[in-house]
Write a protein that binds this ligand. Structure first.
Ligand code: SF4
Length: 554
């Protein structure tokens, strides 16, 4: 047993639903108790789909347990086949059904329906949503393509040099973070370098499309959590190479193009050169684009422009699925000049990759699906910006730290109506805007550091977001008497860091601490307390504060 209030991922059958819902012509019969239909809402509300997911639930109740629940499976399979006439059927069970062991997949296979049945074995007590999606995609593709796998070690015939290379894009699903727009952006990138798209799967694909997968020259593993198992099998079975770079961020997009150039044996130097050119140019009204290079991202210039100087060294904490966390770490440190003070993932399958990046930055990765553990790590690292999931948005709000969402799980506002990819050139533009937006603007940061007594622009205030000071959010007194916050700011220390037991602050030490800009104060407070406790100092004065600063700065 594990006490859980929030979970980063749903059970694995929700992953299977994400595959079925993203596709056409696939139906999923799910042996599940009454009430499990709640998962439909993820698709109809969060993703705002215009139809129910293609899922038939057996919806057994307590009174059915004394009877023949296996018969309910057969009836549901028969009815779903008659009513929806799918080309392929997935059959599986949810957590509760797993306990009663009706073997729904084998039952359905025994019914001799004239379509392929994919029996899903998704252990709900040890695995989660992304794993469930990955397994479902793999078994679906494997069931359909196994009959046409060539004998082992058959080399791929060489591509006719007259023909453009063809790629499959594997991995985008229903309910994936920004999948809808990432696909468009990646197709655009491929067109730019002369690569055609053969199949995009599972999103938008039919079983017939899956049968065409072997026609492509290579596979793009767009979301490894979902696609890596399938791409690895395709590579083994059809000698189709896998493109492993995920094009999130300018550097990664360049590497992605370079990797495709190598694998497809095409010249991509022009596209790479274009992506490096000055992206600003002059605004050309007649063409309604930035004339110099509409295909390049504005991120490099924006982050080099002088307004971004104050972003240098901002302390950032990153958490999410492994793909997005790794991409974010690279953008944050190489493209925006932030300092990484924490990184982690709930994707245990990709913990090794995240640990490697953490190590490069002298950190220990947080590999956990316990949001309380993540919250403790965020508080301890006292970052100035959190890049995370919907959970970290809540955590950051409680701690009064700016935050942007970079990964699922997400709420409805992260399925926006406007074009908002994360991948490719435009994705980098979206990322620049959404990460910088929650931070205090440079001028305001400077002025608040200089004039702390302003009644309106008090500490923690970000006028561009119309937010109240962070202390107001955190201080119970000011929640009762909101009008006194400007006064109470003078007395409340930022409670970002854990108090170290047995240590107090002298009045002059506390006054000096308050002169430090609020967004780094938590970190300095914690470092000083640790410095004091290591040396057996119990009362921190101005001198202790500066001694600590000098010692840590060495
Ligand atoms: S069967 Fe699983 S998904 Fe359904 S309500 Fe129970 S725990 Fe939740």
């Amino acid at each position: 047993m594990e006490l859980t209030l929030w979970t980063y991922e749903g059970p694995p059958h929700v992953g299977a639903m994400r595959i079925a819902t993203g596709m056409e012509g696939v139906h999923y019969v799910l042996h599940a108790p009454q009430g499990d239909t709640y998962a439909d809402l993820l698709f109809t509300m969060i993703e705002r789909r215009d139809r129910r997911p293609p899922v038939t639930y057996t919806t057994f109740q307590a009174r059915d347990l004394g009877g023949d629940t296996a018969e309910m499976v057969k009836t549901s399979v028969r009815d779903a086949y008659e009513r929806f006439k799918p080309q392929v059927m997935l059959v599986g069970e949810s957590c509760t059904a797993e306990l009663i062991q009706d073997q729904p997949g084998s039952l359905a296979k025994g019914m001799n329906l004239p379509i392929p049945i994919v029996s899903l074995e998704l252990p709900a007590y040890s695995k989660k949503e992304n794993w469930g999606a990955s397994e479902t995609l793999y078994h679906l593709v494997r069931t359909l393509l196994l009959p046409v796998v060539p004998p082992p070690n058959t080399p791929r015939p060489k591509r006719d040099p007259q023909l453009r290379p063809k790629a499959n894009i594997i991995g985008p699903t229903a309910l994936g973070f920004r999948c809808r727009d990432d696909i468009r952006e990646v197709i655009k990138l491929l067109a730019e370098i002369g690569v055609d798209v053969n199949v995009v799967a599972p999103m938008g694909a039919t079983p017939d499309d899956l049968l065409r997968i072997p026609d492509a020259d290579f596979n793009i593993c767009l979301y490894p959590e979902i696609a890596l198992t399938t791409c690895t099998w395709l590579q083994r079975s059809f000698a189709q190479p896998t493109i492993k770079t995920v094009p999130i961020g300018v550097g990664a997009t360049r590497d992605f193009i370079a990797e495709i150039g190598k694998v497809a044996d095409i010249d991509v130097s022009e596209a790479l050169k274009r992506s490096q050119s000055d992206t600003l140019g002059n605004w050309d009204v007649s063409r309604l684009s930035t004339a110099a290079n509409p295909n390049a991202s504005r991120l490099p210039w924006y982050s080099r422009s002088v307004d971004s100087t104050y972003l240098t060294g901002k302390r950032v904490f990153i958490f999410g699925d492994a793909t997005h966390a790794l991409a974010a770490a690279r953008i944050a440190t190489e493209e925006l000049g932030f300092t990484l003070v924490g990184i982690g993932t709930y994707s245990r399958e990709f913990a090794r990759e995240v640990r490697e990046v953490a190590k490069k930055h002298g950190l220990e990765a947080v590999i956990s699906d316990d949001y309380l553990a993540v919250e403790a790590k965020v508080a301890e690292a006292a970052p100035e910006l959190v890049l995370g999931t919907q959970m970290e948005r809540h955590i950051a709000k409680r701690l009064g730290i700016p935050c942007a969402v970079i990964s699922a799980p997400i709420h409805v506002q992260d399925v926006p109506a406007r074009y908002s990819p994360q991948m490719g050139w435009e994705g980098a533009n979206v990322i620049f805007d959404s990460w910088v937006h929650p931070l205090m603007m440079g001028l305001e940061e400077h002025l608040i550091g200089m004039f702390k007594e302003d009644f309106e622009f008090a500490e923690g205030h970000m006028s561009h977001l119309h937010t109240a000071p962070a202390q107001e959010l955190r201080s119970p007194e000011s929640a009762i008497a909101p009008t006194v916050h400007a006064v109470s700011n003078q007395a409340v220390l930022t409670p970002l860091a854990q108090e170290v037991e047995g240590i107090t602050w002298s009045a002059d030490g506390e006054a000096e601490l308050k002169k430090i800009p609020f967004f780094v104060r938590g970190k300095i407070k914690r470092n000083t307390e640790k410095f004091a406790s290591d040396r057996g100092i119990t009362s921190i004065t101005v001198e202790t504060l500066y001694e600590a600063k000098a010692a840590i700065g060495k």
